[in-house]
Design a protein around this ligand. Structure first.
Ligand SMILES: Nc1nc2c(c(=O)[nH]1)N=C([C@H](O)[C@H](O)COP(=O)(O)OP(=O)(O)OP(=O)(O)O)CN2
Ligand code: ZN
Length: 130
C-alpha cells in the first residue's frame, strides 16, 4: 500500500455558533489554517505515482479562491468547525477530483493552530462497529 499527502494553508476568519456567549470562539477571530489531504493506492501509475501531487492543485486553487481571507461563516452553511471544514473539503475532493484519480481518499485534516487537528474520513474508511 502506498500513501501520499499534500498540505495547503490559508488564512480566514470565523466564529462558532452554539457555544456559550462567554466562550472565546463565539467571538469573530482568525486562524492560519493548515489542510492536509491523504490518498492511498495499492497500485501505482506507470510513472510510479499514487497520483502526481500536481493533480491535487485544483483543491489548492479552490481553497485559495473560496476560503482564503474569507469569513468562513459566509462560506459554509454548517458551523465552521475544523471537523465540518474537513468534511466540506473532502466532499469537494470527491465531487471534483476523485473520479479522475488513481488514489482513494484516506482523509482530510484541518488544523486551526499548531496544537490541534480534526480529521474527516469518508464512509469507506470508517470501521463498522455494530
Ligand atoms: N473540536 C473542536 N474544538 C474546537 C474547535 C474546532 O473546530 N473543533 N474550534 C475552536 C475555535 O475555533 C478556537 O479558535 C480554537 O480553539 P483552541 O485550539 O482552543 O485555540 P487556542 O488558540 O487557545 O489554542 P492553544 O493551542 O490552546 O493555544 C475551539 N474548539
Ligand atoms: Zn477559531
Amino acid at each position: 500500500m502506498y500513501r501520499i499527502a499534500k498540505t495547503f494553508t490559508f488564512e480566514a476568519a470565523h466564529h462558532l455558533r452554539d457555544l456559550p456567549e462567554e466562550h472565546k470562539c463565539a467571538r469573530i477571530h482568525g486562524h492560519s489554517y493548515r489542510v492536509e489531504i491523504t490518498l492511498e493506492s495499492e497500485r501505482l501509475t506507470a510513472t510510479g505515482f499514487v497520483d502526481d501531487f500536481a493533480e491535487l492543485k485544483p483543491l489548492g486553487d479552490y481553497i485559495g479562491t473560496s476560503l482564503d481571507h474569507r469569513d468562513l461563516n459566509q462560506v459554509l452553511d454548517d458551523n465552521p468547525t475544523s471537523e465540518l471544514l474537513a468534511r466540506h473539503l473532502a466532499d469537494w475532493f470527491e465531487r471534483h477530483l476523485a473520479p479522475d484519480l488513481n488514489g482513494r481518499l484516506i482523509g482530510v485534516r484541518v488544523s486551526e493552530t499548531v496544537n490541534s487537528w480534526a480529521e474527516y474520513l469518508p464512509a469507506s474508511r470508517r470501521e463498522v462497529t455494530s
